[in-house]
Design a protein around this ligand. Structure first.
Ligand code: SAM
Length: 233
């Protein structure tokens, strides 16, 4: 059985009982960074053989894991944080397991995009998750032009170093839409800043954002929800 096991995005209390049971029962844990996952497992007093699998791993590594699965091993797949496969490795492994008819299960759990959406104060009835925007200015602009007509709430991951640049790119292409910057979710310095793009740019130009960030932006044609000044907690 291949079990996809989400892990906390900050607060270790967000691991589920089922995730712990699955990790305890596993013969092998596949992860991105063996040191990081080793620390997490140690915290929960679990000791397991770890194998890393990331975007630079060879196909041979994946086939070795598939071989163990077909021999009946219980394999847990985790990533550094949150749900594996979501802007994280694991898709090829799952696709191969599915193609070969090997058993798999996906456990629900901590996930940054959906947590940020729920905290954003923006419409939750329909949304589109777009991962990390392209880093190059021209490609990023093209992506914002491509998605300009989307009426669903848009969710992006972004590095704190590119936050202001990305917000500015959005403002240029989409106009001054409502948005939320969800920073360090579930951690000590959690902050959710909400307001029009222009006010968020002003806020984060004044004080540089640190840590991990999810950016949530209103879709095209959504009615205004916030005042002009950013709020936050
Ligand atoms: N698989 C993960 C998930 O399910 O949420 C996402 C992995 S992706 C490589 C890492 C990105 O997720 C970060 O750069 C940030 O955009 C977002 N992220 C992860 N943890 C976060 C947190 N605690 N607060 C805000 N954003 C977070």
């Amino acid at each position: 059985m291949l079990s996809v096991v989400p892990t906390p995005i900050g607060n270790l209390g967000d691991i589920t009982l089922r995730a712990l049971d699955t990790l305890k029962a596993a013969d092998l844990v596949i992860c991105e960074d063996t040191r990081r996952t080793g620390n997490l497992l140690r915290h929960f007093e679990i000791s397991k053989p770890l194998i890393s699998l990331h975007e630079h791993s060879s196909e041979a590594r994946m086939l070795e894991i598939i071989k163990r699965l077909s021999e009946g091993a219980r394999i847990a797949l985790v990533s550094d944080a949150g749900m594996p496969l979501i802007s994280d490795p694991g898709f090829e492994l799952m696709a191969e397991a599915r193609r070969r008819g090997l058993p798999f299960e996906v456990l629900p759990g901590a996930q940054a995009a959906v947590t940020a959406l729920a905290a954003s104060g923006l419409a939750t009835d329909a949304f589109v998750f777009l991962g990390f925007p392209p880093q190059k200015t021209a490609a990023r602009r093209k992506e914002f032009e491509r998605t300009a007509g989307y009426e669903e709430t848009l969710i992006f991951y972004e590095s704190p170093f590119r936050l202001v640049q990305t917000l500015t790119g959005m403002l240029e292409v989409w106009g001054d839409r409502e948005a939320a910057v969800a920073r360090e979710l579930t951690k000590k310095f959690e902050e959710i800043a909400r307001g029009p793009l222009s006010s968020l740019i002003a806020k984060f130009e004044k004080k540089k954002a640190l840590g991990e960030i999810v950016l949530v932006v209103s879709g095209a044609g959504r009615k205004k929800l916030f005042t002009e000044e950013p709020d936050g907690h």
